[in-house]
Design a protein around this ligand. Structure first.
Ligand SMILES: NC(=O)c1ccc[n+]([C@@H]2O[C@H](COP(=O)([O-])OP(=O)(O)OC[C@H]3O[C@@H](n4cnc5c(N)ncnc54)[C@H](O)[C@@H]3O)[C@@H](O)[C@H]2O)c1
Length: 351
């Protein structure tokens, strides 16, 4: 009996999730634990509110927490000896913060990620999944001709009916920009592919659009959909930057977690690959700000949302929907939870 138990333990996989106490990290840790992984969340708890996620995770069997900062590779000495997979979702995820303090953004998002890549390389090529972003694509897509209806902007050209693919403009020659956040994420995205090719570290890169869901600590600066639901529930005023007709595709956290684990299980098939990941162009998986505001006002109790309009945010793409055909074809994965259902789950989870 004792021998069997030891064998079982040996077969368990050890997964390290950098940023494991954050929104996406918590969704990944929770799912991985339910699949029998032994999970180590490494986090500096820099994001306010994530200690609540940590308290929840600590109740789950097989969960371990390591306090540390990815900017300091010496903090990695506390990682377990045997590691089967690494996931990096630790970062500064806020675009406005990256404008205020680009050096902090660079140190977390580039140096921190490089430290993880080096760790993976120095330990025999540990598989790694990296959370990149659609913000690696420049605002040159705002040059595309648009039409508009009462609630949203629409791209005129038919060729974008599936959304933007992985070959969308990154360079921004002649005056187009990304935001410091987009630049730091692209550096890490590119370093990941260099490490896959030159140092044999199996790496997958997911360029994600709006991810929302349970355990998100949405604020006006970051995590907008979760923030809108909170604003409706608690009567906070909302500032809309631009006309409110800007469009995003949205993916629920549990659907994203499914994808990460699926990729980890078959990492050698996907190594070095870049995927656009989001809700995609299907109805119910993308929305304008005005549309989701109308949805919240119509379907949830309490006073109507109080709106103030301000100027567009710098480098913000007016319409962005991920073309997810590549990731769907490669992995067989697809988003399951539409925005109405996802929002309902958030509403019910808020006290
Ligand atoms: N949420 C989205 O819509 C979205 C979209 C595209 C990409 N991403 C990327 O996904 C990742 C996770 O985003 P999230 O929404 O879960 O953010 P989050 O802020 O909820 O989680 C990030 C976690 O990383 C931790 N962290 C930050 N800096 C750290 C450091 N230097 N060392 C150790 N831990 C640190 C934070 O404390 C937090 O727990 C980020 O890389 C973000 O850029 C998020």
């Amino acid at each position: 009996m004792l021998i069997l138990k030891t064998k079982e333990k040996l077969a368990m996989k050890n997964l390290v999730v950098f940023g494991g106490a954050g929104f996406i990290g918590t969704n990944i840790c929770k799912l991985a634990l339910s699949r029998g992984y032994r999970v180590y969340a490494f986090d500096s708890l820099m994001r306010p509110g994530v200690e609540e996620n940590l308290a929840f995770l600590k109740q789950l069997k097989g969960f371990h927490f390591i306090w540390g900062d990815i900017r300091n590779s010496s903090d990695f000495q506390n990682l377990p000896e045997k590691i089967d997979g690494l996931i990096n979702v630790a970062a500064n995820p806020s675009i406005p913060k990256s404008f205020l303090n680009p050096r902090h953004d660079f140190e977390c998002n580039v140096i921190g990620h490089l430290n993880i890549l080096d760790y993976a390389r120095e330990h025999g090529g540990i598989p790694l999944i990296f959370a990149s972003t659609m913000k690696v694509y420049t605002d040159s897509i705002n040059l595309l001709p648009l039409k508009e209806n009462k609630t949203r902007l629409l791209l005129k050209e038919k060729k974008y009916r599936f959304g933007f693919d992985e070959k969308t403009d990154i360079d921004g020659v002649d005056g187009f920009t990304n935001s410091p956040y987009g630049v730091s994420k692209f550096a890490a995205d590119k370093y990941s592919r260099e490490y896959a090719k030159h140092y044999g570290v199996p790496v997958v890169i997911n360029r994600m659009s709006c991810i929302y869901g349970l355990y998100q600590k949405g604020v006006a600066d970051q995590g907008w959909l979760d923030w809108f639901v909170r604003a409706k529930k608690y009567g906070y005023p909302l500032t809309i930057f631009g006309s409110g007709k800007q469009v995003r595709d949205c993916l629920f956290g549990t659907d994203l977690a499914e994808l990460y684990l699926l990729q980890m299980e078959k990492i050698n098939q996907y190594s070095g690959k870049v995927f656009n990941v989001g809700g995609g162009p299907e109805e119910g998986f993308n929305t304008s700000l005005l549309e989701i505001i109308a949805h919240l006002n119509k379907n949830y109790p309490g006073p109507q949302l109080k709106l103030t309009f301000a100027d567009w945010r710098p480098s913000d793409q007016r319409v962005y929907i991920s073309d997810i055909r590549k990731v769907k074809k490669a992995t067989g994965w697809k988003p399951k939870t539409d925005i109405a259902k996802g929002v309902q789950q958030i509403w019910q989870s808020l006290p």
